[in-house]
Design a protein around this ligand. Structure first.
Ligand code: ZN
Length: 340
């Protein structure tokens, strides 16, 4: 099959790779309907995370089940499925509490190599959720978004306790931040403030329900959010970047007693203890348990109540994955969808 491999920073190739097979009796193999490039794929692409030899890429996926292992009982060949980027059993005590990314049997980064024609999905019964029917083709991008960026933005909004009467600020205008805007509005937030300096992303944030856009960042941006909220700060802040600056911006934009939902993969973030101590702010986040939200998100997408697929502003055939990475790296695209 064809699959995407990162050889070194900036060096993405699509090449012939071995067809995935059932390795464990709990595995499934799926034929990808679509895959995409994640903002987190850009960390190794840019050389900020080390690349340990050729690495198959891709962890966001939707597709049709080809084959299942002998112990798979709920997922069947022919079903259209959406899964999340950590395989989980969905039965342990941690999973049942809604934290499938911390499952005692979790397999982080599983599947790897979903920017390909086929992928092996471990723990298929726990990881995959089937759609009610084979979805119409125009629903595929939205379902693909549910696999990571929508589920992650949704978790961030829930962790930040976005809800009726609340003002929610969103740090980060990538796909996760933009879908955090959508989630916050859907959860009933009264006001959603998007931080963004890019006209195209501001427009999409407004389409997803942002009521205000702040174009400054850092302490200047914090001051603007405080000004919009009578000097108090937002009730809820979504952090969807993962840098020291963005994390402090999120914490400082939150009012005392408010909540930060942080989902940007943390890179060299070090929090000042004294400032945290005096802030009175709740922090909750980490790798999003997307699996918790998949059934609800699939229903909303299939009923056309939400259209998260709008974050894909570039669609390419799989063989042009390298251009998909470049376009995102150069911020010519918010998110690239790849069709095998
Ligand atoms: Zn579990």
């Amino acid at each position: 099959m064809r699959g995407t491999v990162l050889y070194a920073p900036g060096d993405v190739r699509v090449e012939d790779r071995p067809d995935p097979r059932i390795e464990q009796p709990t595995d499934a193999v799926i034929r990808l309907a679509a895959s995409c490039v994640c903002g987190s794929d850009l960390w190794p692409y840019r050389g900020i995370e080390p690349v340990d030899g050729p690495s198959p890429m891709g962890h966001e996926y939707v597709g049709v089940v080809e084959e299942v292992g002998s112990e798979v009982t709920t997922i069947r060949p022919g079903q259209f499925v959406v899964g999340s980027f950590f395989a989980s059993d969905n039965t342990c005590e941690i999973c049942r509490a809604g934290y499938q990314t911390h499952c005692v049997n979790r397999q982080p980064g599983a599947p790897t190599g979903a920017q390909a024609e086929y992928a092996r999905i471990p723990l298929a019964d726990g990881t995959l959720v089937a759609t009610p029917d084979t979805p119409a083709d125009d629903l595929v991008p939205g379902l693909l978004a549910a696999s990571d960026v929508l589920g992650t933005g949704w978790f961030a909004a829930v962790a930040a306790e976005a809800g009726p009467g609340r003002t929610v600020a969103v740090v980060g205008d990538g796909a996760v931040g933009l879908l955090g805007v959508l989630a916050a509005r859907r959860l009933g937030a009264e006001r959603v403030v998007a931080f963004s300096r890019h006209a195209d992303r501001q427009a999409l944030a407004r389409e997803f329900g942002a009521t205000d856009v702040v174009t400054t960042r850092g302490d200047e941006g914090v001051a603007e959010v405080r000004e919009l909220t009578g000097g108090l700060g937002a009730h809820s802040v979504i952090e969807a970047v993962g840098t020291q600056e963005s994390m402090l911006q999120a914490i400082r934009a939150t009012r005392a007693g408010g909540h930060v939902g942080y989902v940007g993969v943390s890179h060299d973030v070090s929090l000042p203890g004294e400032e945290l101590f005096s802030s009175g702010v709740h922090l909750h986040g980490g790798p999003a348990p997307v699996r918790r939200f998949l059934p609800e998100l699939i229903d909303l997408i299939c009923a056309r109540q939400i259209d998260p697929g709008r974050v894909f502003d570039l669609e390419l055939p799989l063989d042009q994955a390298a251009e998909g990475y470049r376009a995102m790296d150069e911020r010519r695209a918010i998110k690239t969808l790849l069709r095998p």
